[in-house]
Design a protein around this ligand. Structure first.
Ligand SMILES: [Zn+2]
Ligand SMILES: [Zn+2]
Length: 280
């Protein structure tokens, strides 16, 4: 049973994310993707801070879907929302967190895919010379990845976005330095200006698709999701249970049917260095 075959799927997003999302969704779900012409998702928050995001990322992604569905008069939508900052488990390592949410009003479905990755160029720095500026640019993957300049970190005005040429970068630098005496450079995180981010959105979309194709064995609805991870993967030296994941419990949101999947991370034993007995 494919609940999505031949339906229109609204991609409630701008910044060109549909170029990576639509081919994946159409191939896997049999939908026809459409985009939300004229719907400005920036009203729900921008990376550069002119509009502060007032909801958390998940709620923002949902809100984008709901508002765009209302506007376009359709019952199936997907949207994406990215967050950038220090990795939650690795100190001082920048990370990108991409969330893709699908809402199907006809079937009462809400399913998400998430990609948390350290593959991001997210960074910002005050720069005092053209040499410092160009060194930052090289590290950020410029000019394939765009840059933003402004007078200071979080300055609300004088922001120059989407710079993709060296001549324009240097010109903007000189202009800001002349006007304000200081310049702050940062990576442009809007998807169409950031191929690394676009790839992460693709991965989050693939994870969403994986869940949508995982049907409940009891009621056949899509969207089985991990509800619990069970520790106890055995050590390959002593055989005692470790803290590593042995199984996932998948639960259906519609009928609450639960299914245990053993060895979800692809390995059946754990190395002794993660064993409390072998490596206390
Ligand atoms: Zn079910
Ligand atoms: Zn052991």
């Amino acid at each position: 049973m494919n609940l999505f075959q031949n339906r229109s799927l609204l991609i409630a997003t701008q910044h060109g994310k549909e170029t990576v999302m639509a081919p994946l969704l159409e191939a896997a779900l049999g939908v026809r993707c459409i985009t939300s012409q004229g719907f400005d998702t920036d009203t729900l928050g921008t990376f550069t801070g002119e509009v502060e995001r007032r909801l958390d990322p998940y709620a923002t992604a949902k809100e984008k879907c709901l508002q765009a569905m209302e506007r376009m008069g359709c019952d199936l939508a997907v949207s994406s929302e990215g967050s950038f900052g220090p990795h939650p488990a690795l100190f001082f390592v920048p990370s990108g967190d991409e969330l893709v949410v699908l809402i199907d009003k006809r079937h009462g479905l809400e399913v998400f895919g998430r990609e948390l990755t350290t593959a991001t160029n997210f960074a910002g720095s005050a720069v005092h010379t053209e040499r410092e500026l160009l060194a930052f640019a090289e590290k950020a993957g410029f000019p394939q990845h765009a840059l933003i300049l402004r007078p200071a970190a979080a300055a609300p005005t004088g922001i120059i976005k989407g710079i993709t040429e060296q001549a324009a970068l240097l010109q903007a630098f000189r202009q800001l330095l002349g006007q304000h005496g200081s310049v702050y450079v940062e990576t442009d995180m809007r998807a169409m200006h950031n191929p690394t981010r676009m790839a992460a959105i693709g991965k989050a979309t693939e994870k969403l698709i994986g869940k949508l194709l995982h049907h409940c064995p009891n009621c056949a609805m899509p969207g089985m999701d991990v509800a619990e991870a069970i520790a106890g993967l055995p050590c390959n030296l002593c055989g005692l249970p470790t803290k590593s994941t042995l199984a996932y419990i998948y639960r259906c949101k519609h009928c609450t049917f639960a299914e245990e999947v053993r060895f979800p991370l692809g390995k059946q034993t754990e190395e002794p260095r993660f064993c409390d007995y072998c490596n206390p």
